[in-house]
Design a protein around this ligand. Sequence first.
Ligand code: ZN
Length: 181
Amino acid sequence: MPKVRDELGLVLRAVQFAAHKHTDQRRKDVRKKPYINHPIALAEVLHTDGGVRDPAVIAAALLHDTIEDTVTTYDELRGLFGAGVADTVAELTDTRFLRTETRKRLQVSKAGKSSAAAKQVKLADKICNLRDILASPPAGWSLKRRQTYLDWAKEVVDQARGVNPRLERMFDRLYRQRPVG
Ligand code: ZN
């Protein structure tokens, strides 16, 4: 495992790696924003809103969807970013072959057993997704679907509490904007 001395370098390499891996992917919102906007938003929320200063957590946030959504392996991340970052990303990776419903239930049960690093990235992930869905929902999402997503995100966040009260409050503020029919 390479020793991390150059902390800013670690973060820059992570953003570069993620940008490369997600280069052809788009978000599901109506404007189809570049996918990389999402991991960058997580990193910024962790740093600015969550007060997170651990570069390994910021790097894991930038890389959090690489194993799940791109051709990236755990060993690749470990070699480039160290076992700490790779372990956190692995914790945040859903099992691809499972049905959506099963994956969603698993995220809830896994969140409670996650490391503090993974819990904080998870919180930031749900904050960013809620913000996106409230501001510009994915094309074709009904009110019911948005409500169901928000309620599920809250179930995940409820399992990840206790590591970053600032992020928890931020999530709760967003959740209070849950659309009603
Ligand atoms: Zn995400």
